[in-house]
Design a protein around this ligand. Structure first.
Ligand code: SAM
Length: 450
């Protein structure tokens, strides 16, 4: 298999919907466009940015289609917790696993039943106490060189005094964690770093005037409390969300056949560098999250599946030999790609172990990297899942909206606009759903993603 030629965007038909229809009404390979009026930031979904978040409509659809009020639901690549937020609205037990401590911290803040009125009261106390920037600037992560590159002196001083004031508040750990996540959510905005892209960098061409910290924090906090209040009102009374600290998608720490449904968007080949995208947040919060210095931060970057320089290296799984060749890839990336596929193979066998017979796994594969153009990622993942006993039952695509990509890409970067929802079922094939259509849509030169 080789790469595919991009199709022009207007040759592909998208069915515009408010929400994905029931499974029985979805044709294999059908493409949807979620209407732009559909909110993706309700409840606590908008609490913190996170690279490659999926839209809440995906886990919502999976939970409504395959879950129940008493289901045990797993997201093995939890990220910022979108699945768990949707799960606590519906009841049952939801379990989220992620190797990234900041992701777990954000996800916990999004689902923990903190009293929003208490947060409002604490916000009042905060604003009474947080009156001035710190007089002496201290690097929050001691061995980060050139911290002033990221934060101007005024912003740095205000951010530092805000963190110290939150840490000194008389409140519960959960309340403090919520405030720290709101604090974290403002950091990219008030820094010198570009806030239109995921990558943490200070643009040499797009000058940025960082906004004032107090007004920004105040605005973000008010929005966060509104979202939390809304979630608290609609939270199912019998819902439990669990986010273990020591699990991994290849070692879930769950018993065999204990999970009714899994929903996830996994890391991709040549993936986003999640910790690097959250570097500023790690500088400030890392010391509170077991990542005290650059060395431990750099080690963390090697842990996720899809890391460019993974801790352990593996060859390509034998089951993919013949269908996947990595020759088209730059040699420096081949070892990382082979490792990615092996770790995903380990993940699928672990997922198959914990899922009950007949349980579904809704698995979102999107592509936004150029390298993917050279490797048939969906086909490879579908093959690996099948080898583990997870059979593809149905697949549909939807056009992605990424609000932070509101700038022309000039046709560069191979930004792909379709995410696929692959529905696997644990068990032998019950008929073949047929090959996935090969829509391969890139942005036209000058086009704007939305
Ligand atoms: C695409 S993101 C998930 C985004 C999530 N659906 C959301 O809406 O925020 C993939 C996540 O997988 C995590 N990850 C990578 N390798 C992992 C592993 N071995 N075990 C668990 N999580 C892992 C990354 O840290 C990242 O947070």
């Amino acid at each position: 298999m080789t790469g595919r030629r991009p199709a022009a965007i207007d040759t592909v038909r998208f069915d515009e919907v408010e929400a994905f229809p029931p499974l029985a009404d979805i044709e294999h390979g059908q493409l949807f466009a979620l209407s732009l009026s559909t909110s993706t930031t309700g409840f606590t979904h908008g609490l913190h940015r996170f690279a490659a978040k999926f839209v809440p409509q995906v886990p919502a659809w999976a939970l409504d289609t395959f879950g129940s009020r008493t289901s045990v639901v797993l997201d093995p690549f939890l990220g910022s917790g979108t699945t768990l937020v949707e799960a606590v609205l519906r009841g049952g037990t939801s379990i989220g696993v992620d190797v990234d401590p900041l992701a777990r911290f954000i996800a916990r803040a999004k689902v923990t039943a903190v009293d929003h009125e208490r947060i409002t009261a604490l916000a009042g106390e905060l604003s009474a106490r947080w009156r001035a920037p710190s007089a002496t600037l201290e690097r929050p992560m001691p061995d980060v060189a050139r911290f002033g590159h990221w934060f101007g002196p005024a912003q740095w001083g205000w951010v530092q005094s805000l963190r110290d004031t939150i840490l000194a508040l008389d409140c519960s750990d959960d309340e403090r964690a919520f405030l720290l996540v709101v604090f974290s959510s403002t950091l990219r905005w008030v820094s010198n770093a570009d806030d239109q892209s995921q990558k943490t960098y200070v643009s040499g061409t797009l000058a940025k005037t960082a906004p004032a910290v107090p007004a920004t924090f105040d605005r973000f906090l008010r929005r966060a409390v509104d979202g939390l209040a809304d979630l608290n009102r609609k939270r199912h009374s019998e819902s439990v969300a669990v986010i273990p600290d020591d699990a991994d998608a290849t070692r879930l720490g769950l018993g065999p056949e204990t999970v009714d449904l899994a929903v996830t968007s996994p890391p991709y080949l040549d993936s986003v560098d999640y910790p690097y995208n959250m570097m500023l947040e790690y500088f400030w919060l890392g010391p509170l999250l077991g990542v005290p210095d650059r060395k431990s931060f750099n080690a963390l970057r090697r842990r996720p599946i899809g890391a460019k320089n993974p801790l352990d290296r593996f060859g390509l799984p034998p089951s993919l030999a013949g269908s996947v060749t990595l020759d088209a890839m730059p040699p420096a990336r081949r070892a990382a790609a082979a490792t990615y596929f092996t770790l995903m193979e380990h993940h699928f066998s672990e997922a198959a172990r914990v899922l009950r017979p007949g349980a579904r796994y809704a698995f979102v594969v999107g592509n936004s990297q150029t390298l993917v153009d050279m490797v048939p990622l969906h086909d490879a993942l579908i093959g690996l899942a099948a080898a583990a006993g997870l059979t593809l039952e149905r697949a549909f695509g939807y056009r992605i909206r990424r609000h932070y990509m509101k700038f022309p890409r000039n046709g560069r970067g191979g930004i792909i606009l379709i995410d696929w929802v692959l529905v696997f079922r644990k068990g032998p094939p019950a008929g073949t759903p047929g090959a996935l259509p090969r829509h391969w849509v890139t942005l036209a030169p000058g086009a704007v993603a939305h």
